[in-house]
Design a protein around this ligand. Sequence first.
Ligand SMILES: [Zn+2]
Length: 256
Amino acid sequence: MQSKLTWEAVELKVKAFLAIALVIVIVLSAFYAVWQAYDKSSSAPVERDVLFQIAAFNTFSLGNYAGYMNYSELKTHGDFGIGTLEGLDGEMIAVDGVFYHIPAEGEPREIAPEEKAPYATVTFFEADYTFNVAELNYTEFKAFCDQKLSSKNAIYAIKVVGFYDYAQTRSPPKQTPPYPILTEAIKNQSVFNLANVSATAAGFWFPSSMDGVDYVGYHLHLITDDRSAGGHLLDCIIKNATVEIDEIHSYNLILP
Ligand SMILES: [Zn+2]
């Protein structure tokens, strides 16, 4: 009798222990599931179909050339875009995740992560439309694109990869404080006349509704395939090229 009672007591204790253990396992599993979901949401990638810009164009162009975002951070918001460096030091073009500086002296170089931008527009480029073009000057090219931009209210990222009979580019020299306004600063810009080059032009078209926030219309920068030259595109004659267009409906502006 004595030994039977003890056995029942032990059995009861084991059952109670198993029940408590089961509850603990269920509670811990629930916590783990919630933590996993939270962790996934907090490490989710940056939204890719967004135009990310630092500084409104009209603020920047009044002489606000002090850099305030590292290129390492800028890169987390896009792999494609245009801009400049601290002190309006030349032109920036980003193609396929590589950010280049085209100085007034001419030869492009890769931008280091710790360098800063006072103004830049970037996005993750994913083409929505692709066209082939041939024998177009810059005016004809813009007219061609005008017909392809389906909404005059969206922003478009534009990439033109091909052969150029001619491309005229510019790059301003680095300015020192007190900074002059943009129209003054570019009076002593370098102008490059490039003939017969394979190159990529990259940039944006902004709607007139965003006048002042950015540069309305077409704003493209260019870099040659051999990375020997480039700059802000002033004029060109396209021999043949592939035009890729990425339509963008979201906009993230970081104010200085
Ligand atoms: Zn430019």
